[in-house]
Design a protein around this ligand. Structure first.
Ligand code: FAD
Length: 633
């Protein structure tokens, strides 16, 4: 398959975010009004509902409020709505309200462009499945927000007093849900919420640091804390049938067509033609819970056995590719957990088993550091010197643009960034190579990378993205203790992944595909490669010096604050949020700190720098692997 390089694929939106919304917080006002109805009192609204204005002869309607749970299997809220409707001879109706402004704040960016496209298609798939399985009356009612107004109107029109929803954990979303629940309650409509998005809710987990099993906030002590909780509940089956309204309730409830929500609206060129940047995403993925369950079955039956040895490969042959389905809730993480447990995943691949827990760890971090996407967990790292990317025409802005477009001149980085743009996804090790290239070699702020990933990933997840970018930028709890060398061919030993996404280099022999600048002139000519023309020159050439500069920038920030934020061993200190640990609430605690930044309160380095890159940085040669530290599993 041939893919156009991104620079050709997106002529007029080349460097704007797909939504144009990132970094522009829109917090909705809290005063919500019923549009077109003036200030009708809540009691009047409910009186209308009960006066026979709607057909509620067969018992009340139970309203299922869909959000990040676009599935029928193991959907606790849907299950409860089904049970209540069955018991009361009522009906179930499903509603999806699009109101991103209410969920957005400075620390909770609006959904990115790729994720909106994903949601559009996931909703369409669920709608089709619901109608096919349960009849036409099971269609989803789509509404624009505000939530309170939309839900109240739907409730009134269908005679519903109960709304069922699965909980959301992003900070602004959780606040919005609490507010909407209060507002609806005042109108006589009750929202009942359920666990269904995580294996364990973050507030249940407090890390016990009295016995040392690993640094605070890393996976080992976290999983020990989790192991003391009851295992995640067994997944629920899909409702066998849904007692729905005989006719599609959408028009009665003021619903609009899915397209009208505008989730997948594409930009237009000046000549009126449409730029469909979502085509690559739609070509690369099947949407819906059936597709997710098929991928899960394939993962446990075949890929899992290769996970331990081949998970680092860029072509994703050994990983599940389930992340976008988990984020949209097309796949229940509890279903994944129990399916993996049944397949003995823990014995087959310890790493795969731990990966699923990483997701909960990210939500635990987000719970305790709600500004994770903006503020360094190691607060003193906020003074770090970064490359200036704001000056138009400056070197930093050009570097950032080259990284985003996949035109850095480093083939593996470019391949990853182009795959990301085209399909909305990258395998984990490639994400790490690209993230490390931006932060460690270009010394560009991790927030720039997080923002770009948020807009372009179909699995863009506030908690995981923020945690991983903070770790890549070294200000996170688990700062990376390894080097992800852009010249390493560990992720793509045969070069075929790079050839696929960087077709300009497709004809090069494997020996040169990751380092075309080393190829003799004749080889380049024979392969139709002209560096600087058909493929860009490297934007930096001295990798070792570049990384040393980033390391020095971190050391400067550390040294300036070491009196307050370093312990005697030079380890960084953080204030432990209340409830995060069983014993250290509100006090300072040391967290893992890479040797080269163990700077004592007196400003001296605690230990000589011993980290080796093992990566061919000096020679500039490809072939070196990444040095994995203890914090990668
Ligand atoms: C800079 C950076 C940004 C990232 N941003 C995101 C993001 O926005 N959304 C996202 O889902 N993942 C993110 N990841 C984590 C990881 O790359 C993806 O979860 C993984 O590649 C998804 O592929 P998979 O489903 O095949 O994973 P598998 O390897 O099959 O793992 C199964 C599941 O475990 C979970 N998981 C795996 N690795 C991690 C991890 N490091 N942290 C938390 N959960 C994990 C995911 O839910 C994943 O689907 C990011 C990684 C990096 C380095």
């Amino acid at each position: 398959m041939w893919h156009r390089p991104p620079s050709l694929a997106r002529p007029s939106v080349s460097l704007t975010c797909r939504t144009g919304r990132i970094g522009l917080p829109h917090v909705a006002g809290t005063q919500l009004r019923l549009r077109g109805s003036g200030r009708r009192s809540a009691s009047r609204v409910m009186a209308d509902a009960n006066s026979g204005a709607v057909d509620s002869r067969n018992g009340p309607t139970m309203l299922m409020w869909l959000r990040q749970d676009l599935r029928t299997h193991d959907n606790p809220a849907l299950h409860a709505a089904f049970k209540a409707a069955t018991a009361k001879q009522g009906r179930v109706a499903l509603v999806y309200v699009w109101s991103p402004e209410e969920d957005t704040s400075e620390v909770n960016p609006a959904p990115g462009g790729a994720m909106r496209v994903w949601y559009h298609n996931a909703l369409a798939a669920l709608d089709a499945k619901l109608k096919h399985t349960y009849g036409a009356g099971a269609c989803i009612i789509y509404r624009h927000g505000p939530y309170n107004e939309a839900l109240l109107q739907v409730a009134v029109s269908l005679g519903a007093r109960s709304i069922y929803a699965n909980r959301r954990y992003e900070p602004t979303m959780a606040q919005t849900d609490a507010r909407v629940t209060r507002q609806l309650k005042q109108s006589g409509v009750f929202v009942e919420t359920f666990e269904g998005f995580l294996l364990h809710e973050p507030q249940q987990i407090a890390i016990d640091m009295t016995k040392w099993v690993g640094h605070f906030g890393t996976l080992t002590p976290f999983s020990l804390a989790v192991s003391k909780l009851p295992p995640p509940p067994k997944p629920l089956p899909s409702p066998p049938h849904l007692p729905t309204h005989p006719l599609p309730p959408s028009s009665a409830a003021g619903g609009v067509a899915l397209e009208q929500l505008g989730l997948a609206r594409m930009p237009r060129c000046p000549d009126g033609s449409q730029i469909d940047w979502s085509k690559g995403i739609k070509d690369a993925w099947d949407f819906g819970e059936d597709a997710a369950l098929e991928l899960l079955a394939c993962f446990v039956s075949s890929k899992l056995r290769q996970y331990e040895t081949k998970r680092q490969l860029a072509d994703a042959r050994a990983v599940s590719r389930l992340s976008p389905y988990l984020h949209s809730g097309e796949l229940s993480v509890r279903r994944m957990y129990h399916t993996m447990a049944q397949a003995n995943a823990r014995q087959i691949s310890k790493t795969a088993w731990r990966r699923v827990l990483w997701r909960d760890l990210a939500y635990w971090q987000l719970h305790h550091w709600p500004a994770l996407i903006r503020d360094p967990v190691r607060t003193h790292y906020s003074a770090q010197r970064w490359t200036d990317t704001a000056t138009r025409g400056g070197r930093g802005a050009a570097w950032l643009k080259a990284w985003q477009l996949g035109r850095t001149g480093f083939p593996l980085v470019d391949a990853g960034m182009r795959e990301l743009w085209a399909t909305g996804w990258m395998q984990q090790s490639v994400r790490m190579v690209c993230a490390a290239f931006l932060t460690e070699y270009l010394n560009i702020h991790w927030r720039e990378g997080a923002e770009w990933f948020h807009d372009t990933l179909v699995d863009a997840d506030l908690a995981i993205n923020a945690m991983m970018w903070q770790n890549a930028g070294k200000s996170g709890i688990d700062q990376w203790n390894f080097v992800m060398n852009p010249l390493s061919n560990a992720q793509d030993p045969d070069g075929n992944y790079t050839r696929r996404w960087v077709p300009e280099l497709a004809a090069l022999p494997t020996k040169y595909v990751h380092c075309p600048w080393e190829a003799p002139a004749k080889v380049l000519a024979d392969c139709n490669v002209t560096l600087g023309a058909s493929y860009p020159h490297r934007i930096i050439t001295d990798l070792r010096a570049a990384r040393a500069d980033n390391s020095a920038a971190i050391a400067e920030a550390k040294r300036a604050a070491a009196g307050q934020w370093a312990d005697a061993g030079g380890y960084d200190l953080i204030v432990v949020p209340k409830g995060a640990s069983t014993t250290y609430d509100g006090t300072r605690m040391r967290i893992f700190t890479k040797r080269e930044w163990r700077i004592r309160p007196n400003g001296e380095l605690a230990a000589a720098e011993t980290t080796t890159s093992g990566s061919g940085e000096k020679s500039g040669r490809a072939g070196g692997g990444s040095v994995a530290g203890a914090t990668t599993g």
